[in-house]
Design a protein around this ligand. Structure first.
Ligand SMILES: Cc1cc2nc3c(=O)[nH]c(=O)nc-3n(C[C@H](O)[C@H](O)[C@H](O)COP(=O)(O)O)c2cc1C
Length: 181
């Protein structure tokens, strides 16, 4: 799954005066009408628990200079520690991250459990553009600010030998040309 490049979001919830949030890249737009999104959250996470009870989901799409926020929200800290000194504002009481590419507030309309995760479908109630410019990208378990250097690295990797047909030998010959084009 790590071969699939994604953006990074922070999914948030608010319950009884407490803020919850976690880093999530399992996020997609599922419908334009009604505008709806889906996130997949580990069932044992605090955020999934709060979200299941309140039904109101906040989501911020992180900008390239917000890697530290992604790392902080991916650790099992208390909500208070995660949000300490973080610039946020609230959409119907649910915190969203300032400086992101965009924020939304959604109302959970469907929740499905599968394996270790809960899938939440939420209808978008509020959508706002943020002040961030470039996306934070996550790929192969690392953050990438730009695609260029990665692309070159991939091109320089030796190509896999051609697959042989059943009963025939793979052709031997000169090693793959690594210079690329
Ligand atoms: C880049 C990145 C993306 C992640 N995406 C997800 C995800 O889509 N779903 C998920 O359940 N956990 C995901 N995680 C892991 C959670 O952020 C992590 O388990 C977090 O500690 C859960 O917070 P909580 O238990 O305090 O609520 C991701 C982590 C990183 C670093």
């Amino acid at each position: 799954m790590g071969r699939f490049a994604t953006g990074v979001t922070i999914v948030t919830a608010h319950e009884n005066g407490e803020d919850y949030g976690m880093t999530v890249n399992a996020f997609l737009s599922v419908s334009l009408d009604p505008p709806s999104i889906l996130v997949s959250l580990g069932r044992t996470t605090d955020t999934a628990g709060a979200l299941g009870r309140t039904g109101l989901l906040g989501l911020s799409i992180l900008a390239s200079d917000q890697q530290e926020i992604s790392e902080r929200f991916a650790t099992r800290l208390s909500g208070r520690e995660k949000f300490r000194n973080l610039r946020t504002h609230r959409l119907r009481g649910v915190p969203v991250v300032e400086g992101s590419l965009g924020n939304l507030l959604g109302e959970v309309v469907q929740r499905t459990s599968y394996g270790t995760h809960d899938l939440f479908v939420a209808r978008v109630l509020v959508l706002e553009l943020g002040s961030g410019d470039d996306p934070l990208i996550f790929w192969a378990s690392e953050y990438a600010e730009r695609f260029g250097p990665r692309k070159i690295q991939l091109r320089e990797r030796p190509a896999a030998p051609p697959l042989s047909r059943k009963g025939s030998k793979a052709p031997e010959g000169k090693p793959p040309d690594l210079k690329g084009g």
